[in-house]
Design a protein around this ligand. Structure first.
Ligand code: SF4
Length: 87
């Protein structure tokens, strides 16, 4: 019984954000502006083929440019963290 009470206290404490700690959320996608900026770089790149696949990584770029953790294999645009501070 004591163990159960302890667990409940821990869960209750996690509901409220401790003072001084930032709230971090995980996200899969970048915002629309960043995805468009990345895609604009790819449009200008000679490695993008006619079906919008990169000849260096063989990814479908309209999809890859939306994913935060992805980056250009030649370093023309970089990855963003999947974790963002919300407060
Ligand atoms: S990911 Fe990089 S190498 Fe591939 S098409 Fe885009 S800019 Fe070019």
């Amino acid at each position: 019984m004591k163990r159960m009470e302890k667990s409940t206290t821990v869960v209750r404490n996690l509901d409220s954000k401790p003072e001084g700690l930032a709230r971090v959320e995980w996200r899969m996608f970048v915002n629309k502006e960043t995805a468009q900026e990345r895609m604009n770089v790819c449009w200008a790149c000679p490695n993008l083929n006619s079906v919008r696949v990169c000849r260096k990584c063989w990814c479908l770029m309209p999809v890859k440019t939306k994913l935060a953790a992805m980056s250009c294999p030649l370093g023309y645009w970089t990855a963003e963290s999947n974790y963002v501070h919300t407060e």
